[in-house]
Each structure stands twice: as C-alpha cells, then as structure tokens.
Design a protein around this ligand. Structure first.
Ligand code: NAD
Length: 494
C-alpha cells in the first residue's frame, strides 16, 4: 500500500478509499494507493501550515544547503527514481532517466535561491528616503500533478516553492504515485524539516479539498484542459493564486526547403517518444506544398524500426499507462479510419517484446487528415501522428493559430527568414526551430498559451520564483536633522 507522506513520515490517514496502481507492461495490479478524504487533507494542510511558519524564518543559506544536499542524493540515486517511473508509468528506462534529469535541472536552479529571490534597492528616492523590494513566501502551496511526468512535473514546482520558504502539499497522479513519495523521502534525508514537503494521494476529493482549504494560498496544477480550467476557476474563486497548465495539440510545420531526414527523425521521436504521452509531443505534422509526398514515406520507414515493448527490456516505446487509456487511444485510430484518413501505419495489433497483458498499442501514422476529424481536433495523448497537408506557409500558420491549444510547436526549415517570421507570428507559448520538443531549460519558464495554461504565470525560471513569493516594497527614512514639518499632500519626490 502506497501511503501519504506527512510530517516527515509515512501516514495512512483515516479514509478507507484506495486505488489500483498498475504495472502497464504486464497489465497487472502492482500496488494500491490510499485516497485521502477531505478530513485527511485538512490534517495534512494543518501540519504544513505549522511547518511553514518556522521554515520561512530559516536563512537562505540553510534553505539552499538543503537543496544542495537533495541534489546530491537525487544525482546519486537517479536510476532508482527512473526505475519507479518506468514500473508505474511504463515509459522506457532511458526516457524515464531523461525526465529525472530535466527535473534535476530545476533542483539545481533552485539551489541559487539567494540570488533568485534578491530584489532591488534604490537609495535616495526622495531626500534621505530609500526604497527596496523584498519577496516573501506565501505559506502553504499545493502542487497537483499528472501521470505522464511523475518525477519531472512535481520537480518543476516543489524545489522552487520550498527554496522560497513555503511548505508544500503535493498531490501526485493516483496512477503513478511512487516517484512523489521517493522525492519526499529524499528531501527528508537531505535535512528538510518535517512538514515542509508533504505528499497526499487521492482523486477529485483530495483536489477539491486543497482548492477549498483556506490555508492553501497557491495551487500549481498540471493536467488535462477541462480539469485545468476547473482547478483554475475553483481555486481563484476561493481567492488563491493559481497556475493551471492544461492539454496540448502540438503542430510541427515542415517547409519544402527543410532537411526532410531531420524532419522525419524529429516527427517520429517527438510523436512516439513516451508513447505520445507527453504534453509537448508532436501530434500533427503540417506538410507544406509537396513535402508530404516525400516526408510520409520517410516517417513510415522509421516507424517500422520502432521496437514496442517492456521499458525494462531496451525497447524504444513502452505501453500506455492504463488499459482504459489504451482503449480510448485505439478508438481514435478507428475514428480516423472511419473519417477517411489514410492509415499509412495502423498501430493496433503490434508486435511486442513484453507480457501479453500489457497495455500495448503500436505507433499509428495517418496521412490526409483534415481539421474536422477527431484525430485532429482532440488531444489523443497516445502514439498517433497525423499529417495534414496544406498548400502554403500562411495556410499552415492559420491552422496552428486556429487551434484552441497553444503549448508547443516547431518549424522545420533552412530559411532563417521563414523561421523568424514563424516565431513572431505563431500563437504558441513554446516554439522550436528545427527542434521538435522545445522544452525550456529550468532557468527559462515553461508554459503554453490559450487552453494550454490558465493563469498568468508559467512554471519554473523567474516566473516560478515570482509565483511562489509575493512582493513587498519598503520606503524608509531614518531620521536626520533635516526631517520634520507637517505636509498633508500626497508624497512625491523632493
Ligand atoms: P488529468 O487532468 O486526468 O489529471 C491531472 C491531475 O488532476 C491528477 O492529479 C488527477 O488526480 C487530478 N484529477 C483528475 N480528475 C480530476 C477531477 N475531476 N477533479 C479534480 N482533479 C482531478 O491529467 P492526466 O491524464 O494525469 O495527464 C495528462 C494530461 O496532462 C494531458 O492532457 C497533458 O497534455 C497534460 N499535461 C500538460 C502539461 C503542460 O505542461 N501543459 C504537462 C504534462 C501533462
């Protein structure tokens, strides 16, 4: 039974509700996880609120020392974390190691909190008067994460929130909750005081309890668009600061002058890596002009080499996260066929290096997809890549900009002017130029536009530091012989 982690140790709570955690490569239930009740969440938040009071008084030097110690533990034991990710999510081990590495980069960024949190000082804003800005922690913050990056997404937020002096309640996905518990255990080992990082497991009941709890001051959410919208609306209605990152439908535009081998590699890597269960996965290739005729066979020939199977056996692509999700993705493949798209590769019934009960689905490639088809409009979140053919750059740009989502996009071209025009004109938060999965480094901020993010602030980077702190400006005058006099006018510089 996977338990909550509260006040520095495992905790079973009072609720009797539990959920199954599968090994997606075998299809068998490998674990159970507790589902917190509203009362359980109340207990956890109270413990976090207590810890927040003393943690914010701990010096920046001591807070960053904990982050450095955590970094050492994580670096030394990253393979252990990757193995937990693969066992519960299904992604192949090398991919899990990649997500751990990207999470580690945020930890390293947060180690610099003494510099990151530094604000400005202006001497003599008026005669003998100084002004300076300080940034202070919020108190208790909640992080609610999705199944697809069980280590990296919590690490987008948790290290920065903690470094900034907050206490955190992390509610990971109930599908693969093991990585979050391991991270919390390592933080405790690194010297983080009890109660500063808590993990509470559960479903909608736990999420709602966090959104309604008066002591939770901010919520960082990552998940599908309908739930992100709901979390944003309920959290902000309750007066909280909310950043809610939602779903995606990422387009990769390929211009006729592109290096088509590079583009084909990119489309396959970004389309089928992690079995398409990435918010930055490419799900639509926009083939401009006659590009489709040459590009589609290049993509198909690469797909033929993909080995689908158990992520622990050196395969390229693992199973989907659950049987329910696999069946849903497979139903989109049928919908594409029914709608008249050309199934160049049909991934249902794949050859697999793995147990027969695993949640398998091979890669599917559709050509001649049109914008009215559900394979185009919906976020499928599986190994299904659609090619839409357009006649011009302008038509391709319009297609991308008409999408309700705006998470990631990429352009493949050797024309610098075209690339520059695209980065300027496209209405998407993260743009790649000949780079298919343009996930910003920790010191930049991650986030999409439109239905891919609700709220103003993106994750990590300076925006992350700002999200987890609030600003205060102090204007001070230390008495000197020149002070004094009555003046009821509005203060101005003098
Ligand atoms: P999800 O929306 O089902 O779940 C996300 C979180 O919300 C989980 O912790 C879950 O327990 C909770 N939740 C689920 N249903 C809820 C409900 N009715 N009320 C309240 N909380 C609820 O998402 P998922 O399937 O775990 O993850 C995949 C989705 O996440 C995809 O849409 C993907 O694009 C998105 N995602 C987005 C980003 C990004 O940066 N924009 C990153 C990763 C994943």
């Amino acid at each position: 039974m996977i338990q909550h982690f509260v006040g520095g140790k495992a905790w079973s709570g009072a609720s009797a509700r539990t959920g199954d955690v599968f090994d997606p490569a075998t299809g068998k239930v490998a674990d159970s996880v507790l589902f917190a009740s509203t009362a359980d969440v109340d207990t956890v938040v109270s413990s976090a609120a207590q810890a927040a009071k003393s943690w914010k008084e701990v010096s920046l030097a001591k807070r960053s020392a904990v982050l450095f110690a955590f970094r050492e533990i994580m670096n030394a034991r990253s393979a252990e974390l990757a193995a937990v990710v693969t066992a519960q999510h299904g992604k192949v081990l090398s991919d899990a190691a990649g997500e751990v590495q990207r999470g580690l980069e945020v930890v390293e960024y947060a180690c610099g909190i003494p510099t990151l949190i530094r604000a400005g000082f202006s001497e003599n804003v008026s005669t003998g008067v100084d002004s300076y800005a300080i940034r202070q922690p919020l108190g208790v913050v909640a992080v609610i994460s999705p199944f697809n990056f069980p280590a990296m997404v919590p690490l987008w937020f948790v290290p920065i929130a903690i470094a900034a002096g907050n206490a955190v309640v992390l509610k990971p996905s109930e599908k693969d909750p093991g990585a979050a518990v391991l991270l919390a255990e390592w933080f405790a080992e690194a010297g983080l005081p009890e109660g500063v990082l808590n993990v509470v497991h559960g479903d909608k009941e736990a999420v709602d309890a966090l959104l309604d709890h008066p002591q939770v001051k901010a919520v960082s959410f990552v998940g599908s668009t309908p739930i992100a919208r709901y979390v944003y609306e309920r959290g902000t209605a309750n007066g909280k600061r909310v950043q809610a990152l939602g779903g995606a439908k990422n387009h990769m535009v390929v211009l006729p002058d592109a290096d088509l081998d590079l583009a084909a590699d990119a489309a396959v890597n970004a389309g089928f890596g992690s079995a398409g269960e990435r918010c930055m996965a490419i799900s639509v290739v926009v083939a401009v002009g006659s590009v489709g005729d040459a590009l589609v066979p290049l993509i198909a020939s690469r797909i033929a080499k993909i080995k689908t199977g158990d992520g622990r056996r050196g395969c390229d692509m693992g199973p989907l996260v659950t049987g329910v999700h696999r069946d849903k993705v497979a139903s989109y493949v049928q919908a594409g066929v029914d709608a008249g798209a050309t199934a160049v590769v049909d991934g249902r019934d794949p050859d697999v290096d793995g147990e027969p009960g695993g949640f398998w689905l091979g890669p599917t490639l559709f050509d001649h997809v049109t914008p009215d088809m559900s394979v185009y409009t919906d976020e499928i979140f599986g190994p299904v890549l659609s090619v839409v053919r357009v006649s011009s750059y302008d038509e391709g740009l319009e297609l991308v900009n008409n999408s309700p989502y705006g998470n990631g996009t990429a352009i493949f071209t050797n024309d610098g002017g075209a690339a520059r025009r695209f980065q300027h004109e496209v209405e998407v938060g993260m743009v790649g130029v000949n780079v298919p999965i343009p996930v910003p480094m920790a010191y930049y901020s991650f986030g999409g536009w439109k239905a891919s993010l609700f709220g103003d602030t993106h994750a990590h980077g300076l925006e992350g530091v700002h999200f987890f702190t609030r600003g205060k400006v102090v204007t001070s005058r230390w008495l000197d012989p020149s002070h004094g006099g009555l003046n009821l006018g509005f203060p101005t510089q003098s």
